[in-house]
Ligand binder design. Structure first.
Ligand SMILES: [Zn+2]
Length: 360
């Protein structure tokens, strides 16, 4: 199994995708020499929080950084020592496994007060910071109130609401976003090219869809697919990718929009024949209907769709009334809930289709 995401982990701000405003602000701070004592990186998993923290840690310690730029050289001694993880001055802690106050005292507070071993800036990267105990947060807060010079804290969390407001208010806060489909696709295509392989476009589109904005997930799926050979077809890839058939989602939405229950039920049969995971399909269908609802409400901006998908959403959102869309969503949500209770797993789906086609 290839560790694509490790091989291609971005080493420069320029290579980090999907977080433009955050990159810009951090780089401006580095260039201006106005970095904060503490940062809070919040957002979904696998979208680049730790990667950004590591690039930042190198950039503020690099001794060969060109004036007016924020990129680390990744070659000087400080950069190398951080990349090779042989410096005592960049400390990564996973709070999920160090939740006691004693660990915070030893690993963070103790270490923050010791003079820097080698680097100009000591950097603590504390992942899943929301996992710390209350007493650990209290100890940390004291440190943030009077931060030692040349110490920078970068906290990362997927659950910002669990971090005390007193901590958040002492940090410069950045909200990381899921990676937009277009940028994720481009990055996967780039990696494929670097690996000197070819891959059918539909495979990459499937990976993007399956990964739902999480870059690490996308790259680990890509790694599995790339291990299949040098020229990978959709058929090859579908043997290992979780099966969803996007074409069937579109066909189902079409059938529902014209109340064609015969067509809808035939599609279920096709799903089973193709070995598609029905749970995944129902989930995809609900997401698709949700997108139609968002288009209907003129908030298409919330939908991450390519041009072709965009046109389809426009079409379906004009054909269906708001009431019809809501009815369909509720039927498919019931199907999702019911699916686990039936020995005939396709039945809840079939009911959702027939009910949907009988709507007024
Ligand atoms: Zn450097």
């Amino acid at each position: 199994m290839s560790a694509i995401y490790r091989t291609y982990r971005p080493q420069l701000f320029a290579d980090i995708i999907g977080q433009e405003p955050i990159k810009l602000t951090l780089q401006n701070e580095i260039i201006a020499g106005g970095i904060a004592h503490a940062y809070m990186f919040s957002g979904p998993r696998a979208v680049g929080k730790t990667t950004t923290a590591r690039v930042f840690a190198r950039a503020i310690n690099c001794i060969k950084r060109k004036p007016g730029t924020a990129e680390p050289c990744n070659e000087c001694d400080p950069c190398r020592s951080i990349l090779d993880r042989r410096t005592l001055d960049v400390i990564e802690i996973d709070a999920a496994s160090h939740t006691g106050v004693d660990n915070v005292r030893e690993n963070i507070i103790g270490a923050a007060k010791v003079a820097n071993a080698q680097l100009v800036n000591k950097v603590f990267i504390i992942d899943e910071v929301h996992m710390l105990s209350t007493s650990a947060f209290n100890a940390l807060l004291k440190l943030l109130e009077e931060p030692p010079a040349h110490v920078v804290f970068i906290f990362a969390t997927t659950e910002l609401h669990k971090v005390p407001a007193t901590i958040i208010s002492r940090c410069e806060r950045f909200d990381f976003k899921k990676i937009p489909a277009k940028e994720m696709f481009a990055r996967l295509a780039f990696i494929t090219k670097c690996e000197k392989k070819t891959i059918e476009k539909e495979v990459l589109q499937d990976i993007v869809r399956l990964s739902q904005g999480c870059q690490r997930d996308a790259e680990s799926l890509l790694g599995q697919v790339l291990s299949l050979g040098d020229a990978i077809t959709y058929k090859d890839a579908s043997a290992i990718l979780p099966r969803t058939d996007h074409a069937l989602v579109l066909a189902m939405a079409d059938a529902l929009s014209v109340k064609d229950s015969h067509k809808g039920l035939t599609l279920v049969d096709q799903l089973i024949e193709n070995g598609v995971d029905l749970d995944v399909f129902v989930g995809d269908m609900i997401e698709y209907l949700r997108n139609i609802m968002l288009y209907k409400n003129n908030v298409a901006g919330l939908v991450d769709a390519d041009e072709v998908a965009n046109l389809k959403f426009i079409e379906l959102s004009s054909v269906l009334s708001m009431g019809e869309i809501l009815t369909l969503i509720s039927h498919w949500m019931s199907a999702q809930k019911d699916a686990k209770w039936f020995s005939l797993p396709q039945l809840p789906l079939e009911v959702a289709i027939v009910k949907g086609c009988m709507r007024e």
